[in-house]
Write a protein that binds this ligand. Structure first.
Ligand code: ADP
Ligand code: MG
Length: 232
């Protein structure tokens, strides 16, 4: 099992100081090379759950394991190393720097911190149809192109898992379909696991597992078999 959540709980506080539970004793497992969706109404805790999985937030109780390593017991420097080397993040608003080129947006995060130097992913740019835009400033790209740049940036270290928070939330129907097909391709060809938050059920067509987050728990809504190419 690639990622495992055991009895994870997370509460936040109201302005008057009373706590409210967002994630409640939740168990969840993400298999290697699988494409997973988390759906649920606005405010149900989808982003919170994703950030817990990506160790951007810590649980109040319970444990989160990536490849058997307990994330919630690691120090900051170990965690940022794991986030950099083994995880990729994709957001609704792309989180790119408009004034910089596609090339710089993809390669810059690699120059920060202790990560190993990586080669620029020309092949992936070609596959995602961006080979002609590598020196273009990101601010000049369409939304669909921006999200493709963000996907390449998330893939640059060949992570084990990508977390995507409403990656198609700002895209039209055609670009949504393209981005979903690209994410599907990453799971198939690069064996990258994906956890995608979405409130658009059409976007879950390729997902192996679809969960609904409700009352702090993840309820399985749909399941498809798949072949990850290994016996795990
Ligand atoms: N840092 C925070 N402090 C206090 N409340 C928060 C914080 N982050 C999220 N919340 C609250 O937790 C609930 C779930 O938020 P979120 O995970 O963003 O939901 P979703 O992504 O499903 O819309 C919401 O009521 C939100 O207002
Ligand atoms: Mg959210």
């Amino acid at each position: 099992m690639l990622l495992k959540l055991e009895k994870v709980s997370k509460s936040f506080y109201n302005p008057d100081g009373t706590p409210f539970t967002v994630i409640d004793n939740l168990d969840l497992e993400i298999e290697e090379g699988s494409f997973n969706a988390i759906t649920g109404v606005s405010g149900s805790g989808k982003s919170t759950l994703l950030y817990l999985m990506g160790a951007l937030l810590f649980p109040d109780s319970g444990d989160i394991y990536l490849d058997g390593v307990k994330l919630n017991s690691l120090n900051d420097s170990k965690l940022s190393h794991i986030r950099n080397e083994e995880m990729g993040f994709i957001f609704q608003n792309y989180n790119l720097i408009d004034g910089l080129s596609v090339y710089d947006n993809i390669i810059l995060p690699q120059l920060i911190g202790d990560s190993k130097k990586v080669d620029f992913p020309f092949e992936l740019c070609q596959r995602l149809g961006l080979e002609g835009k590598i020196n273009t400033k990101v601010g000049l790209l369409s939304g669909g192109e921006k999200q493709r740049v963000a996907i390449i940036r998330a893939m640059v270290n060949n992570p084990k898992i990508i977390f995507a928070d409403e990656p198609t939330g700002n895209l039209d129907k055609k670009n949504t379909q393209e981005v979903i097909e690209l994410l599907h391709l990453l799971t198939k060809e690069y064996k990258t696991s994906i956890v995608m938050v979405t409130h658009d059920l059409d976007s879950t067509q390729y997902c192996h597992k679809v969960y609904e987050l409700k009352d702090g728990k993840a309820i399985i809504k749909g399941e498809k078999s798949y072949d990850t190419g290994n016996s795990k």
